[in-house]
Design a protein around this ligand. Structure first.
Ligand code: FAD
Length: 411
């Protein structure tokens, strides 16, 4: 086994966006960082990201907000429309008392480049095409990790390992943290297509029982589409043909006709079935979990990445204290979980019920959903309270009473 000479204070398994944000923040605090990823380089899964105010605030703190604004498309109003085009709700982000009171939709690859460039410039080391294998411990204390590149096993010393290795995290398995995955019934096609006109600072979502279609401008030339295909598999959607898919989308959202006209192959589209992963413990001696390895939500709420960015800054602060006080114990690192767990619980629950409500074919739930949207459209105070949760800018756990009012269960 080879020993990698250049050890880092912190080794991050996975080089996704939350990992990059953590690396930048640690490097800026003088903590050396190494990121290891099994991908050969950053990939280009064709999708967009919607950044909410909590995620935008993190980009601002990292000095990257202007760059992100240059690549993406800003929306102040998120429209929810019925399948026939009738507006059900205009969620106005300007109601929020927050400096970033808007949404920003970006091409995921562009955002990745913005963060990766800054992480590299700030001195973070990257090891691509390598697979994390094991944690190294001495008398229960973490001392390093093992990873494999081109069949050769290597080991490096480090004070802290961060498992930012996604929803099926190996780091999480190795620390014995239990994860309960709940798969949702409906699948989605997502993709980046041509421009749409007439949006002027708006993003749009169409809803019908069992259906959902998001149309989100992601730049002057790109639109991010998010389309529910129910229980169909990707093979079934492909077998039915590209023209059928285009016709389905165009019928509901006529503004997409030109955006989809030139699309001939499936390469600009991806397929996924969301799941929610509930994780019982985010820290262990010398180890912390970040991103989808700690929590994974239904993307309907657009918060998986946003909350993970927020987590990354808190984790950087806690790791800095751990490294300077030479205490990487679980007790010390637990501050990170204690501070962020409430946000994950509230947002995970919100993502779950809002996706189930929006997609349900049950007449009672459908009526409740319409009633809730109608109430929010009429009551700006209630809309503001609901938006604070969606935008991830609430400070304390909302009461059940408040959630019941927002959900249309109580007047
Ligand atoms: C279609 C879709 C749309 C979404 N839209 C939004 C949105 O609009 N807003 C939002 O906030 N969130 C959104 N999300 C959620 C968001 O994508 C995730 O929460 C976020 O990207 C998680 O990042 P991560 O780095 O934790 O995980 P990942 O992006 O999965 O990265 C994990 C990394 O770890 C690496 N890895 C795994 N195992 C190993 C190993 N053993 N060794 C080395 N490397 C390893 C992988 O190669 C990968 O690069 C969306 C999700 C999906 C699927």
């Amino acid at each position: 086994m080879e020993n990698l000479e250049e050890a880092a204070d912190v080794a991050i398994v996975g080089a996704g966006l939350p990992a990059l944000a953590l690396a930048i923040s640690l490097q800026e605090r003088g903590i050396s960082t190494m990121l290891l990823d099994s991908r050969k380089s950053a990939d280009s899964f064709p999708r967009g990201f919607t950044l909410q105010p909590n995620g935008l605030e993190v980009l601002d703190k990292l000095g990257l907000l202007d760059k992100a604004l240059q690549t993406g498309s800003k929306a102040e109003v998120f429209e929810v429309r019925a399948w026939d085009g009738k507006i059900l709700l205009e969620a106005d982000y300007k109601l929020l008392d927050h400096p970033q009171n808007y949404l920003l939709t970006v091409n995921a690859t562009d955002l990745d480049m913005v963060l990766r460039y800054k992480a590299e410039k700030s001195g973070a080391q990257f090891v691509w095409g390598t697979s994390f294998k094991d944690l190294v411990r001495n008398n229960g204390q973490l001392t390093g990790l093992k990873f494999e590149t081109n069949g050769a096993l290597q080991e490096t010393n480090t004070a802290v390992v961060v498992g930012a290795d996604g929803a099926n995290s190996r780091v999480r398995t190795l620390i014995g943290s239990k994860a309960e995955a709940q798969k949702y019934r409906d699948s989605f096609i997502v993709g980046l297509v041509g421009p749409v006109s007439g949006f002027q600072g708006r993003a749009r979502q169409y809803q019908n029982p069992g259906k959902m279609l998001g149309v989100m401008p992601a730049s002057p030339t790109i639109t991010y589409l998010f389309h529910c295909v129910g229980k169909s598999s990707f093979d079934q959607v492909k077998a039915a043909g590209m023209e059928k898919l285009k016709a389905e989308v165009n019928r509901v959202a006529p503004e997409t006709v030109e955006a989809l006209a030139g699309m001939e192959t499936w390469t600009k589209l991806a397929f996924f079935t969301p799941s929610r992963v509930l994780v019982d413990r985010w820290v262990d001696n010398g180890v912390a979990l970040l991103g989808d390895s700690a929590h994974s939500f239904h993307p309907h709420a657009g918060q998986g990445l946003n909350l993970s960015l927020q987590d990354a800054l808190v984790l950087a602060e806690v790791i800095e204290k751990a490294v300077t006080s030479h205490d990487n114990s679980a007790n010390f690192l637990r501050e990170y979980e204690t501070r962020q767990r409430m946000f994950s619980d509230v947002i995970g629950q919100h993502a779950d019920y809002s996706a189930r409500y929006a997609l349900s074919s049950n007449w009672l739930i459908r009526r409740l959903n319409r009633r809730a949207l109608n109430k929010l459209q009429k009551n700006r105070r209630l809309l503001k309270e609901a938006l604070e949760i969606t935008a991830g800018v609430f400070q304390k756990k909302p009461s059940l009473l408040k959630l019941a009012r927002i959900g249309g269960l109580l007047p």
